[in-house]
Structure formats: structure tokens, C-alpha cells
Write a protein that binds this ligand. Sequence first.
Ligand SMILES: Nc1ncnc2c1ncn2[C@@H]1O[C@H](COP(=O)(O)OP(=O)(O)OP(=O)(O)O)[C@@H](O)[C@H]1O
Ligand SMILES: [Mg+2]
Ligand SMILES: [Zn+2]
Length: 256
Amino acid sequence: MTDAAPTVPTEGVLGSCFYCRTDVQAGHEGRAPFYSPIARKILVAHRECEAKAKQRDADAREAAFRESVDAQIGEIVKHVPPSLRVSFDSREFKARVKHPQLRAVAARYAPNCPVLTLLGPTGSGKSSTAAAIVDRLVREAADKSMAERSLDPFWFARRIRWAKTYSLVRARREHPLGEGEAPLVKGAIDASLLILDDLGNEPADPVIFEVLDARYDCSAPTLVTSGLRQPEIRSRYGDAAWRRMSQLGAVVEAWA
Ligand SMILES: Nc1ncnc2c1ncn2[C@@H]1O[C@H](COP(=O)(O)OP(=O)(O)OP(=O)(O)O)[C@@H](O)[C@H]1O
Ligand SMILES: [Mg+2]
Ligand SMILES: [Zn+2]
């Protein structure tokens, strides 16, 4: 007797599925030629099911990770005053910030110089530029994070802090003596990148120099915005403070 009609291998089930009442089993791909046409169809159909299930799992993992990335972004961005949040490549940003040098800073600043000082008149867009920089750094971290499937790339952005100078002075003054440093001041000193916003708008207090100096000592980058002119900063905060800001950092002026 020559080859009988191909029979379905007997080990295990080989039936059902057809989207997807499962069972199937029996043999492996290498034995597929011995399967009956119907068994082969079941195998092929169920392979599709398995591919779809795999894709669904991958999509679910992707979505779950995306959620944790979005949560990180939210945690970081909440340090930026809500009314200032803006993306450097948005129309909103271009509407708020006209000065070409501020725009360039927003697009290109990397936190690798000790102090970057943005000077210019009120409304010129200094704070919006700082907000756009935070947004960009956070988004860069998010992209890297998605690519690497790890939250590690957020290590720097996670410790970005925003402090209005008058909030620092108030925090220092309201903090009880003998209880260490005010949390806001401590956060400003320990930040990976500190936005020191609105220099000159606070009552005179040594806390501003202390923060600048502490950060300077450990080469932690600070981004200062101020509506003061250079000579005013010098006379108000002293030569030592101005030296940290100018000679050892960079100053961008956005006067009309
Ligand atoms: N949430 C907002 N919605 C719309 N326009 C805004 C918003 N925030 C700021 N602006 C506008 O964007 C421009 C830049 O504002 P921004 O606060 O960045 O300037 P600034 O240089 O920091 O000013 P200041 O020295 O007064 O702090 C201003 O014309 C301001 O009115
Ligand atoms: Mg401002
Ligand atoms: Zn199936």
C-alpha cells in the first residue's frame, strides 16, 4: 500500500480555533505537510490569532510605559508656573517671544554652563524662554525614555526647579529659625537646573547670593531672568555675584 491520504498526527488535539476557540496543538511546523488540509487551515488560522495576541500585548506594554512617561512629564512640568508653560516650537511661543536671541536660546540651550542670565524689559519673553527650555529638556528626556524603555533618562529633568526670587526670600524669612533651611531654598540649591526667575523683584536678602554661590560651587546650572540692567545687578548683588553670572556664565540681552 502506498501513501495513504495524509492523516492528522494523533498526539494532542488538532481541531477547533477558526478564530479562536483554541485547542489546536499537535505537532510542530516541521510536520505541517502531513496534516490534512483542514488541520493545516486550523494551524494557519491560529497562528494569526497568536500574532495578534502578541501585538496586543506589545501595544498594552507600550501604552503602560507611555503612561508612566507622561506621569513623569507631569511631575516635572508642575514646577513651571502654569501660565508660563509653553513649547519652544509652538505658535504660542513665537507670539510671546519676539527677540531672536531669546528664541535661539529656547531652541539650543543645554545646561552645561554654570549660569545663563536673560536680561530684557518686562514682557520681552524671558520667563517664557525659560519655560520653553524646561519643556524641551523634558521632551528630550521623554523621547530617550521611550526609545530606551527606561525612566532613567529623566534623572536630570526630574530635579529641575523653578523659583521666583521673591518666593525664595519669603520662604527664608517665614521659615522658623533653628529648623534648618526652608524647603524651597533647599530645593533651589539642590536642583539639577534652577530657574531663578525675576531677579531684582525681591526685597534685598542674602539668600539670593547664597543660592547662586552654593550652585556655583558645585557647578550646577542656573538660569536667571531679570529686568535689571547689568550695572544695576552689579550694584545690587555685588561684584562676586555678577562675576559668577557674567564672566563664568553667559548673558543674553533682549532690550529692544
Ligand atoms: N499665559 C500667557 N498667555 C498669553 N500671553 C502670555 C502668557 N504669559 C505671558 N504672555 C505674554 O508673553 C510675553 C512674554 O511674557 P514673559 O512673562 O515671558 O516675559 P518676561 O520677559 O518674563 O516679563 P517680566 O520681566 O515681566 O517677567 C508678554 O507679552 C506676555 O504678556
Ligand atoms: Mg518674567
Ligand atoms: Zn485562534
